[in-house]
Design a protein around this ligand. Sequence first.
Ligand SMILES: [Zn+2]
Length: 283
Amino acid sequence: MLDVPELPEVETVRRGLDARLVGRTFAGVEVGRERTVRRTSRQALIDGLTGATVLDTRRRGKYLLLGLDTGDDVMIHLRMSGRVLLHHPSEPRPAHTHVAALLAGAPELELRFVDPRTFGEVVVFDPVNVAVELPDLARLGVDPITDGMDRSLLRHIVLGRRRQLKALLLDQHVIAGIGNIYCDEILHAARVRPDRLSDTLTGQEITRLHAQIHRVLNEAIDAGGSTLADTQYVDVEGNGGQFQLSHRVYDRAGERCLTCTKARITRVVHAGRSTCFCPRCQR
Ligand SMILES: [Zn+2]
């Protein structure tokens, strides 16, 4: 099972870039695999980045964005195995480096997009035309961290639909950024079953779900995200996250629940996605 980097991992990468990239100008760009720039072209990325200065960094869901002084934005999506690394240009490029962008000035720095499975993307686009150029980005739902989703909005989201909670929380068009790992952890902490229908939640359960979405995501960001044995996720310095040490249900099928210490974690597979939950803690 390979779960993509989710909101906390992308936010960790964003913070690493923000600290070292804002105010710097791209001096030169090399693009290897065409697949990384499949929505546009090698030349479009080279033309869009060269000479452009980074004004800010943003994130929506699992999408990383760099604002440029040209008016364009850069969108980076890590998908399954993408890494964004900041290296000294003299350091050997890792295998599967598909984009290498040199930054002018001191200290010398090269931004490298490394992606063995090549599902990731780097795109320069005009934010005015986002609906045409990146419709998936334009259609994202509320980001719980960036948009500060309050309880009344979550209440509206869950009661206004009749969907299983797991599927609802994973739907990027409704809430952006939550994937398989954090969905399972949030639902366990909120003590609701993943197959509960959203419009059956009580007021107390909505309050718990709201609190746990924020707590789990923020604690995971503070821990630098989760790095699993089977994923490629690291921060811009190449370090793994620590939040996997705090997982209570994800990837713990058959093990005893750490919360109730009685039941064993159950794993079910639905639509190709694996879900782990405690049948005793979650109702
Ligand atoms: Zn339990």
